[in-house]
Design a protein around this ligand. Structure first.
Ligand SMILES: C[S@@+](CC[C@H](N)C(=O)[O-])C[C@H]1O[C@@H](n2cnc3c(N)ncnc32)[C@H](O)[C@@H]1O
Length: 273
């Protein structure tokens, strides 16, 4: 299957598709499980002594709004995204919350960051690296623009671990792989990074994993399936009818309280030599 990662090719999407992705990013940020994973690494960062923070692939600005709301952050943060609609939305949300003085969002390509070397204390990529065209080039740019001794954080899912329960295990597994492969350009990148990051001069100071699991009710994985099943359909991997049966079964399980889905997410905190 050829991945047609919507976040990679975001500037080819129409306004309706963009609006759905904006809604998905914002609903994911409000999801208690996902919000906890963000909070977990943000609260471990030295925000009080980090005047300049960069968030690459910032989307609607969820990460920087969360940082800017914190009392221990007194610096300036910049978010970069390739999608002008997301950047405009992110600036609007920040202004609406009265955070505009501390965060700013700009259009840019993560593969070629428009900042001088060593200009940030902390550089973050929150669910970016699984989507980009060339992950090592992006990480190389993040390593370039962070100051020596500064921190680079990479957070993302290992989407080869994405699993929805389905009684026909073979088809269920194929559907899991199709969801991962149709949606993410680099579904397995997080398992490669412990080997690759040190080669970029980024030394591990912390790394941990979290299983995002929903049992009985579905919220995070409901929105995930609603957003990405259309991309599996468009890939032509399976007859539409089989995909509809899979999707209806998931929705019924959520209504019956018998739902099960899970995926592993990893956080890597590194320091530039
Ligand atoms: C899954 S979203 C994550 C957004 C945000 N970090 C969050 O967690 O809410 C991935 C984002 O990466 C952006 N992106 C993908 N490739 C990019 C690139 N080459 N340069 C800049 N942004 C990119 C997309 O436009 C999208 O906003």
């Amino acid at each position: 299957m050829v991945a047609r990662d919507p976040h990679r090719f975001i500037n080819e999407l129409d306004d309706d598709a963009l609006a759905r992705l904006v809604a998905r990013l914002e609903s994911r940020a409000r999801d208690a499980v996902f919000a906890r994973l963000l909070e977990k690494y943000i609260s471990a960062l030295p925000l009080a002594t980090a005047p300049r923070i960069l968030d690459v692939g910032t989307g609607t600005g969820v990460v920087l709004r969360t940082i800017a709301r914190r009392e221990d952050f007194a610096g300036q943060a910049v978010g970069v995204d390739q999608c002008p609609t997301f950047v405009e939305t992110a600036n609007g949300f920040a202004r609406d919350e009265g955070l505009g003085g501390r965060v700013e969002f700009r259009v840019g390509d993560a593969h070629k960051l428009d900042f001088p070397a060593a200009s940030f204390d902390i550089v973050i990529a929150h669910t970016l690296i699984s989507h980009v065209t060339a992950p090592l080039a992006v990480l190389g740019e993040m390593a370039r623009v962070v100051k020596p001794g500064g921190i680079v954080v990479v957070f993302d899912g290992d989407y080869a671990s994405l699993t929805y329960a389905f009684a026909d295990h073979d088809f269920g597994h194929q559907m899991d792989m199709a969801l991962a492969n149709a949606t993410f350009n680099n579904p397995r990148i997080m398992r490669d990074l412990p080997r690759l990051l040190p080669e970029l001069g980024l030394k591990f100071v912390g790394g941990w994993g979290d299983a995002v699991a929903e049992i009985g009710q579905g919220s995070y994985f409901k929105s995930f399936a609603e957003t990405y099943v259309p991309y599996v359909k468009r890939s032509g991997a399976f007859p539409e009818q089989s995909i509809d049966i899979w999707f209806d079964t998931q929705l019924r399980a959520m209504m019956n309280g018998t739902f099960f889905a899970t995926c592993n997410y990893y956080t890597y905190v590194t320091r530039r030599a």
